[in-house]
Design a protein around this ligand. Sequence first.
Ligand code: ATP
Ligand code: TZP
Ligand code: MG
Ligand code: MG
Length: 269
Amino acid sequence: MDVQEIAKTLENVRQANPLVHNITNVVVTNFTANGLLALGASPVMAYAKEEVADMAKIAGALVLNIGTLNETEVEAMLMAGKSANEHGVPVIFDPVGAGATRYRTETAKKIVREVNVSVIRGNAAEIANVIGENWMIKGVDAGEGNGDVVVLAKKAAQQLHTIVAITGKDDVVTDGETTYVIRNGHPLLTKVTGTGCLLTSVIGAFAAVESNLLVAAASALVSYGVAAEIAAKKAGEAGPGSFQIAFLNELARVGEEDIRQYSLIEQVK
Ligand code: ATP
Ligand code: TZP
Ligand code: MG
Ligand code: MG
């Protein structure tokens, strides 16, 4: 994967303005909608069981996020996921807090069992818990883990038959065979809630325009990380509040020149 392919995929998102159907959590709803708009996608949040199947089938991608799950919403996610599967719409899943409570872990496992998920993105602990490995997790934030994240990502991809993206200081994305490590991003991303959730939805926007989902996910991770680095340069000194605004601005502005200058993506074994 080269810089040009990443930049072209980003440009395609802006050209196509894909509809991204999100069933996400109450913490991040507004930030996710604004982030997708800034990027050049078209967000919609729709949760009612009466409409999720209809919305999912006309979307370019469906994003499922269990951050503030409840049983009604989980049922809606399964209905939306099945409709997306029937209509060839990629499903992107964020298992927020899997491992923190038994309900979250069991729900995340149920979703990957009953829905054909195209890409799953989470921190190492969340991904580990979805495949039944034991990593520590504290609430919705990554816990202490000392395993090899590349090995974990590949194992999860092979077991779940999906693209797996594990994010943190470095990001790993793999289809189980081909694996990339992406070293973009900025620590200020950890001081703004919802930056992981928004990233999952951004992967949705890229998956809506690029059928090679490994290329889509890797391009999203690089573009997002580079935008964060530039935002931190411009506004980071003032703190997380200014960074959050600057980051939205950079999602709207980041382009080929920035990706050429800053992208840190490497294929690994
Ligand atoms: P967590 O709950 O563990 O923070 P998350 O769902 O918020 O997980 P992150 O892993 O924080 O998701 O990923 C969101 C974005 O933040 C990604 O682009 C990732 O690369 C970036 N990121 C996270 N931690 C760092 C860090 N220490 N340095 C640079 N970038 C980071
Ligand atoms: N609590 C439940 S969902 C949520 C919080 C704080 C948002 C988590 O967002 P992210 O993107 O994982 O930081
Ligand atoms: Mg984070
Ligand atoms: Mg998260």
